[in-house]
Design a protein around this ligand. Structure first.
Ligand code: C2E
Ligand code: CA
Length: 693
């Protein structure tokens, strides 16, 4: 019972809703047609008077006037409600009854005229009632309930008209009656023309509305697909456009997808403001658009990351040439407000076979290649190939993990010495893998696997824990070892696991950080998660670690970057030291580096010192600290312990601020000013620790 009551109520509510909705439109339409209604009823009343049906004419006229007046009141009330307000049931009902009354008054003239014994009048009666029917059907087509409620009485009126006409004996009509009929039809025709004009206006308005809606839709679509600053497509749009590009070149040659990362963009934003940064991005976008040409696609897929797709790139050589062209074009200076701005670009390329539409995969491949371009390639370009695919098996991973957990990979310690006294002031911990058969593997052979298998956290953790343990053991034996340096490549620091682990370690072993130097490379400064890494580095530093900038001079960081990072030591790369007594440029650069360190108030270590001549030159240039085979290769803990015993105790562990042990000469040489943005011409021949390419 309850259910049926609920069902009935729901039905009633739906019906009431529907009627309210119809009433809104009816009132609106009825208001619009009011003048027309008044005009045609005047015509009909006039015709009835002419046909000698004055009483009926007056009655119909009175009903029409009453109903239209009531309607005006209803309309006023309706307007006063505003668009948001609900129509009351009473108003809906009043309007409906009033309209039915009006329909009745509209049908009446045809019955009245049919009773006149004149054929033209009967024809007029039938034409009229038929017109009323058509009008109601057309006007209220979107209001089915109302439509039926009015059309059915109209048909009844039509039947009555026919019945009345059937009972009248028609006398020959005077010519005047026929002329009147013609005039009546003419008025009818004018009404039709007016309706059609109105329809044309309505259609034009509809067309306009549709065009506007489509334009707005296109604009919304454009906004969703494009980057608002540069106007270039965004990543999803690039992927879609790439599929289209490949489809258009079906049967053509291979194409290329490039991922381009700007080097040195952040400092422009930081130093010259966002308007300069925006200008650079827009200019870069314009250049990429030109490079993409008519058939290619340029897109902005990240803050300072772009993508470029070009059809017809048949081979690796063409891709490399194109990459070089992109780098050259993007590295041209950009003028802004009288200042010459410049950025570098690293380009990773992935080649797509004809028909290959997997844009996501290609972007990922190009991205990997871009990373390699950044970390190693001299020209900032790398093309993705099979060498990127993982070559290591699960077995290799298990073997490495076991080596890490079982302490097969151990730190060996290479001394750092003061050039003034020749005494050890600390060590660098370098990883060595002692295989179960006694063979010792150097980092170059297993670091690429660590990279590839993503075991950075495990390696850093294992090294850090062992170094901290070794230091405690040395201390227990009454031996200070100074600070020990740990290598933290960008690839390791970029993983949040490594950062969290190091913070954890600092928390659980309170003095851990104050005995460590963390050697990071310049890549950290231009890394994609740069600011995050810099925050972590600041946190380690805040807990007492010293930060050393390793392999200085071989990376891509600009001296602008250097100002962004708080660090304590600059480690001149061994390629420069090796050049010291061979090549004058090396001496000038080393001197420049020392001046920079002095200017920044940080210490300097010369890495890879092998000869007495190098040492003498470094001393003359004012370098305070050195490391290299001249002072000893990396040794296992036991031998390090013996060496420390032989040398006598090391002074206290240096803390910040690190004052260079010796006075440094005043700044000189080319490196002292604003340095080069790209890597200096010195590059180490061996591979770097991040699986270079
Ligand atoms: P690096 O940080 O530049 O370390 C110095 C490298 O130079 C060491 O090579 C060291 O043995 C070598 N070296 C020291 N003195 C001289 C010298 O007088 N002349 C020459 N030519 N070389 C010298 P190693 O131990 O093979 O390490 C190579 C690279 O592997 C290191 O370069 C470092 O980036 C990385 N590495 C070493 N241990 C670790 C580690 O525990 N973790 C990570 N992530 N990387 C490590
Ligand atoms: Ca190092």
């Amino acid at each position: 019972m309850q259910v049926t009551n609920d069902g009935k109520r729901a039905l009633r509510d739906r019906l009431a809703d529907r009627l309210r909705h119809e009433a809104r439109i009816i009132i609106h339409v009825t208001w619009r047609d009011l003048p027309k209604r008044l005009a045609v009823t005047t015509l009909m009343v006039g015709l009835m008077v002419y046909a000698d049906r004055v009483g009926a004419a007056l009655a119909v006229g009175a009903v029409i006037v009453a109903s239209e007046s009531l309607f005006v009141l209803i309309y006023r009330h309706f307007r006063s409600l505003g668009t948001e307000r609900e129509l009351s049931t009473r108003l809906v009902l009043a309007n409906w009854i009033n309209n039915s009354l009006s329909t009745f008054a509209f049908c009446a003239p045809s019955v009245v005229l049919a009773s006149v014994p004149s054929l033209p009048m009967t024809i007029a009666a039938l034409t009229w009632i038929y017109g009323v029917l058509v009008h109601i059907t057309n006007t209220f087509v979107a209001m089915p309930i109302y439509n039926r409620s009015q059309v059915i009485p109209c048909y009844l009126a039509l039947l009555v008209t026919i019945a009345v006409a059937a009972h009248v004996e028609h006398a020959p009509a005077p010519l005047r009656d026929w002329w009147l009929l013609v005039a009546f039809v003419a008025v009818y025709a004018s009404n039709t023309v007016q309706t059609m004009t109105m329809q044309r206006d309505t259609l034009a308005a509809l067309d306009r509305a549709r065009d506007e809606a489509q334009a707005r839709l296109r604009e919304l679509e454009r906004l969703a697909r494009h980057d608002s600053l540069t106007g270039l497509p965004n990543r999803p749009a690039f992927e879609a456009d790439f599929v289209r590009m490949q489809a258009a070149h079906r049967g053509g040659g291979s194409s290329a997808v490039m991922v381009i990362d700007l080097d040195g963009f952040k400092p422009i934003n930081d130093s010259y403001g966002h308007s300069a940064g925006d200008h650079v991005l827009r200019e870069i976008s314009a250049r990429l658009t030109r490079l993409a040409g008519e058939r290619g696609i340029a897109a902005r897929i990240g803050g300072d990351e772009f993508a470029l797709a070009r059809p017809d790139v048949p081979d690796r050589e063409t891709a490399l040439a194109m990459g070089r062209c992109v780098v050259r074009e993007l590295e041209r200076t950009i003028e802004h407000g009288g200042i010459d701005l410049g950025v570098g670009a690293s380009v990773g390329v992935a080649l797509a076979r004809p028909g290959d539409r997997d844009a996501q995969r290609l972007i990922a491949e190009a991205d990997q290649a871009m990373y390699r371009a950044k970390s190693a390639a001299a020209e900032g370009i790398a093309v993705f190939d099979e060498s990127f695919a993982p070559r290591l098996s699960l077995d290799d991973k298990r073997r490495l993990l076991r080596a890490l957990s079982e302490g097969e990979i151990r730190p060996h310690y290479q001394p750092k010495v003061s050039l003034a006294t020749g005494r050890i002031i600390g060590f660098e911990a370098l990883a060595r893998w002692r295989r179960p058969d006694g063979r010792i593997e150097m980092p170059d052979s297993f670091l690429p696997q660590i990279d590839e298998l993503g075991l950075h956290r495990e390696l850093v953790e294992s090294m850090a824990v062992q170094v901290i343990g070794d230091l405690a053991r040395l201390r227990a034996a009454g031996l200070g070892a100074g600070r020990v340096a740990l290598n933290l490549p960008e690839a390791a620091l970029a993983t949040s696991g490594v950062r969290a682990m190091l913070i954890d370690l600092a928390e659980t072993v309170p003095d851990a950080m104050s005995n460590l130097t963390l050697e990071i490379t310049e890549d950290v400064l231009i890394s994609r998660s740069g600011s995050q890494l810099q925050d972590s580095i600041a946190a380690f530093r805040g807990r007492g670690a010293l930060i050393s900038l390793d392999d200085f001079g071989t990376g891509f960081a600009s001296f602008q970057h250097l100002r962004q990072l708080e660090f304590d030591e600059l480690k001149i790369d061994r390629s420069f030291v090796a050049g010291l007594c061979v090549d004058d440029t090396a001496a000038v650069l080393v001197e420049g580096f020392i001046s920079i360190a002095r200017g920044l108030g940080v210490s300097v270590v010369a890495d890879g010192v092998e000869t007495r001549a190098q040492e003498a030159r470094l001393k003359a240039l004012g370098c305070p600290t050195a490391q290299g085979y001249r002072y000893g290769a990396a040794l296992p803990l036991a031998e390090t312990e013996m060496r420390l015993l032989a040398e006598g105790p090391i002074g206290a562990v240096p803390t910040r601020p690190v004052t260079p042990p010796e006075a440094l000469p005043p700044p000189a040489g080319p490196g002292a000013g604003d340095g080069p943005r790209r890597a200096l011409p010195y590059r180490r021949s061996g591979s770097r620790q991040t699986g270079g390419g």
